[in-house]
Design a protein around this ligand. Structure first.
Ligand code: PAF
Length: 289
């Protein structure tokens, strides 16, 4: 039977577990996830194993990156199944905190407003940073320029929530290496920038998208798609491949490429949020094709 990973729920225990491995001369890799693991996550774990002696996978649905209108309450979860997958993948530890925002009031040990660890407390802890005496969480990391465009335009709290929780995880786990999927490309660039700007001294590794046989990018949220929605979603990859082939074959303007993507997706019955052509590193809009 596969060896179960050590399941750690407490921040202080996580840090001492990591440090005890470091003292033994081991290098550590962290794979941050929100759980409901699939083959995409397992590919990140394989990458992590290739880069470090010991692998920690965190499973935490971070309330700080969800706006009130978003799907925090319905985000899929299956901790039991996840732990089995981590055992099969021979992961050393699973960090599964119930609340990463349970600091003491005003950061003063013993102060009022310390969180109790349940989901309601997480929400009130996040909301209570109003100077009104509650515990609250008031420190956010903003990667100012990179978070503005693309997904950041439609999801104004998302990237500050991601950058903040990833920084917290880095402080709690103290990894040498951290692995992220490039499916969330803007997120990946933002994390690279944060690590560089704040001198985290952690090597950030990006891993390529893993797709289903029919081309759909793997994502925990795919479980919520009806068969019809899933069919429509295939048009995203199809449209991007068409745009790629067109630009390889002959010169096209950015507007032509955007039109091609919009047409393919709308024809399949999909609704467009945004289509932009951007530089890979700066993520600035690219207009001069
Ligand atoms: O990509 C994700 O699953 C999340 O945004 C992350 C990086 C684990 C932070 O909560």
């Amino acid at each position: 039977m596969a060896k179960q990973p050590e399941v750690i729920r407490d921040k202080a225990c996580m840090l001492s577990w990591s440090r005890s491995h470091r003292w033994k001369g081991k290098t550590l890799a962290l794979v941050p996830t929100m759980g409901f693991l699939h083959q995409g996550h397992l590919s990140l774990i394989r990458k992590a194993k290739a880069h470090a002696d010991v692998v920690v996978v965190s499973i935490y649905v971070n309330p700080g990156q969800f706006a009130p209108s978003e799907d925090l309450a319905t985000y899929p979860s299956d901790l039991h199944g996840d732990l089995q997958k981590l055992a099969d993948a021979e992961v050393d530890a699973a960090f599964c905190p119930s609340n990463l925002y349970d600091c003491e009031s005003d950061g003063v040990p013993g102060g009022a407003g310390s969180g109790g660890g349940n989901e309601r407390t997480v929400v009130s802890c996040l909301e209570a940073g109003d100077g009104g005496g509650g515990g609250g969480h008031e420190t956010w990391i903003r990667v100012e320029r990179l978070e503005k465009g693309l997904c950041g335009k439609r999801r104004p709290v998302f990237f500050r929530g991601v950058a903040t929780v990833v920084a917290k995880l880095f402080n709690i786990v103290e990894p040498d290496v951290a692995v992220f999927g490039k499916k969330d490309y803007q997120q990946w660039r933002i994390i690279c920038r944060m690590v560089c700007d704040l001198d985290f001294g952690i090597k950030v590794i990006g891993s390529e998208i893993v797709r289903e046989a029919d081309g759909l990018a793997m994502s925990s949220r795919n479980v919520h798609l009806s068969p019809e929605q899933r069919e429509k979603a295939l048009s995203i990859n199809r449209s991007l491949l068409q745009a790629k082939y067109s630009v390889q074959k002959e010169k096209h303007s950015c507007q032509d490429l955007k039109n091609l993507v919009v047409q393919t997706i709308t024809k399949a019955g999909g609704r467009i949020d945004y289509v932009e052509v951007s530089w890979c590193s700066s993520m600035k809009e690219y207009n001069s094709l």
